[in-house]
Design a protein. Structure first.
Length: 165
């Protein structure tokens, strides 16, 4: 089972990279890569959003014009599986901070790559939303573990003492 979870997590990571970084057709990515020069990096710095909640506020303010819901929900939902799957990878007990810091590191790497590659745009709000998604996934993981634990405990008690219903 552990090996299947690791394979599934690896496939999930590849999916995230495809959706976020390599979302355009190969020809378009190749054309972007051909433009890589020093000024492309400087343009990335000029268009980057380093102000927390600036993009989120814009999506809320212009919800009637933009595909705001898709962007906000998509940035959250794409990382929910991270929060669910990451704790299932290791043998040791994974806590909130393990999940949060690993999600943060992964998202930060993606955003920095976008900043310097022109394969997207750096946005601190993406980091916030993606990490929120991972935390949400972790909460779902913990609640499911809790429910499974209660169910197993109930079954053991029924087996031990008999079903009194």
């Amino acid at each position: 089972m552990q090996k299947k979870i690791r394979i599934f997590f690896a496939i999930y990571i590849l999916f995230v990279l495809k959706v976020i970084i390599f979302k355009y057709p190969f020809e378009q990515l190749y054309a972007i890569a051909q433009t890589w020069r020093r000024n492309v990096v400087l343009e990335g710095l000029e268009t980057a959003n380093f102000i927390p909640f600036k993009t989120i506020k814009m999506y809320i303010d212009y919800a009637y014009k933009l595909n705001s819901f898709e962007n906000l929900a998509g940035n959250i939902l794409v990382f929910v599986p991270f929060g669910i799957l990451f704790p299932m990878l290791g043998r040791k007990q994974t806590n909130f901070w393990d999940v949060f810091l690993n999600a943060f590191a992964f998202v930060l790497e993606i955003e920095i790559f976008q900043l310097f590659s022109a394969f997207g745009a750096f946005d601190v709000d993406d980091i916030i939303l993606n990490c929120f998604g991972a935390v949400l996934g972790y909460i779902i993981y913990r609640k499911c573990r809790e429910c499974v634990g209660i169910y197993r405990k109930k079954n053991r008690m029924e087996e031990e003492y008999g079903n009194n219903s």
